[in-house]
Design a protein. Structure first.
Length: 320
């Protein structure tokens, strides 16, 4: 496996020796935060990036403020609201009609710790947006992924909070907890990568899940400053109790590094079906500490991945 990158590496450092002219990438949630930095770094190396956003005017303004132009070696846009399967299907159909292939898809967009709510199609907001929206989009766009292409799905350390619950994915029979729901959706993201990797490696396509690292972006907008401080205190105590060093917040440029490393630089056959953090394959760690490093084994379980895929197909098929 390539090279000497780690927790403090930035996306630009990871791509410093890479020429992406002629390459094409799809990045969901590219209007702010890690997604925008991911798209910017790829475009800066000559790639043509297609970004998705709910609000195209806001997205274009954010990209323009960073000096990212449209077109080849730049960033173009497709409107997409992952909480609506109608929007997902429309975005996918637009890209399929265009017909140009992608060297990698980076499923970056997401919501975090939202109050209880439902998507336009009646799914719990976080499961429906973070997992089902991406599942519907990527499986529809799979023919556009080039042979030997890559799918990168952003997961989170929060997957350690909870395994998936396929009996009650929408919290209809249990009390809703925002962080449990977020954790389940992030476990689902990892399992989606596992099964996608299994299904498409015969074309040389490999998929991996990414823990970008904790950084202060718009995804934390449902936390008040007091809530964030309490969360940091909880994390610090839990890591100290486990004998771990304090967790560190990353700059957004550092948080985007593992995504571009996985999409471009890493040996695809070494990362395929794996969970990645700090520009490396993460070790399995099943200690019951939600704030430890590494991946819980349930997030890579092939049997669970197959079951989630079947359940996701069933749920999506029921939406006209």
């Amino acid at each position: 496996m390539t090279a000497n990158f780690g927790a403090k590496s930035t996306a630009d450092e990871v791509l410093s020796d890479v020429d992406l002219n002629g390459k094409r990438f799809l990045v969901t949630g590219a209007s702010s935060g890690i997604g925008l930095e991911t798209a910017r770094a790829l475009a800066a190396r000559g790639a043509h990036v297609v970004g998705t956003a709910r609000n195209l005017a806001k997205a274009k303004a954010a990209a323009s403020a960073l000096g990212v132009a449209s077109g080849i070696g730049g960033l173009d846009w497709v409107q997409l609201d992952l909480s609506s399967l109608r929007s997902v299907r429309a975005a996918a159909d637009t890209l399929l009609a265009d017909g140009r292939p992608f060297d990698a898809i980076i499923a970056n967009a997401g919501v975090m710790a939202t109050p209880f709510g439902q998507t336009a199609d009646g799914f719990e907001t976080q499961f429906g947006t973070n997992h089902l929206g991406h599942f519907a989009l990527v499986t529809r766009l799979e023919p556009l992924l080039v042979d030997n292409g890559r799918l990168i799905v952003l997961s989170s350390q929060a997957h350690r909070v909870s395994d998936i619950d396929l009996e009650d994915p929408n919290f209809t029979a249990q009390e809703y907890d925002p962080m449990v729901a977020y954790g389940r959706s992030k476990t689902a993201n990892a399992l989606f990568a596992v099964e996608f990797d299994r299904r498409h490696r015969d074309r040389g396509i490999r998929a991996a899940a990414v823990m970008p690292g904790n950084s202060l972006t718009d995804v934390a907008r449902h936390f008040s400053p007091e809530d964030l401080q309490n969360l940091f205190s909880t994390v610090g105590k839990a890591r100290a109790d486990a004998g771990l060093p304090p967790g560190e917040l990353k700059e957004v440029s550092q948080a985007a590094a593992t995504s571009v490393w996985a999409a471009v630089v890493a040996d695809k056959d070494e990362i395929g079906g794996q969970y990645l953090e700090d520009c490396a394959v993460a070790p399995a760690d099943d200690i019951p500490n939600p704030f430890a490093d590494g991946v819980r084994s349930y997030a890579l379980d092939p049997g669970s991945a197959k079951q989630l895929w079947a359940k996701s197909e069933e749920l999506i098929a029921a939406v006209p």
